[in-house]
Design a protein around this ligand. Sequence first.
Ligand code: DGL
Length: 267
Amino acid sequence: MQRDNTNKSIGIFDSGVGGLTVVKEIINLLPDEKLIYLGDTARVPYGIKSKDTVIKYAQSNADFLLSKGIKILVVACNTASAFSLDTLKEKLSIPVIGVIDPGAKKAAESTKNGKIAVIGTPSTIRSEAYSRAISKINPDLEIFSRACPLFVPLAEEGWHKGEITRKITETYLEDIIKEDIDVMILGCTHYPLLKSAIQEVAGENVLLIDSAEEIAREISENIDKENTSEEIMNKNEYYLTDVSESFIRIAGKFLGKELKEVILTDL
Ligand code: DGL
């Protein structure tokens, strides 16, 4: 049966502000689509939480977005994608897209020497979701993973460059760089903000894969763009489960422009 997607939006959730890097890429690629974003700022961070807890959070986020009328659900958080994507796909009747597969696919296609690095939150790395996704595409690829927990606060603090950031980046990456990797997946929504610092330390021969860009491409292949009605275009809605003063300031950095209105919601 053909689904009627007229007046339906793209629903996106993240544990907080990081998913706005994905929103930015979706707006670039699909400017006519209406987006409904939910940042679970009351329960962030997800990156240090257990699988069961993250699944529970992801389900309530999905229920909220479904109640707003969405045609596709984007899990714009690596930790939530790593832990809850299978559950959400099983339960929901709309397409569900996470960040892991698009990033893994791009990395597997791009590596020339078969050595891929994955960096992410402790939970994402512990889940081994990227390793599994890459090995499914090509079991011969070698994968080197590293959790970089301090990158999230550095990105939020706006310390995208500078001596401290460089030192921390060097410390995190030194072991995996020694492995002669030629591709590195930025497996956390916050990491694109530290891209230049990471590139500097990894070296110019290492290709950095930004999951935000990859997921935007995947969404564009999975939605019926003809069905979006004129009136709803470009009226994006941003919901948060907690609003702090710093959020708007930080959100601007992630989105690349000022976020004018956010709506506080209680899931
Ligand atoms: N959004 C999370 C991710 O991509 C990072 C922030 C958090 O720990 O919740 O894994």
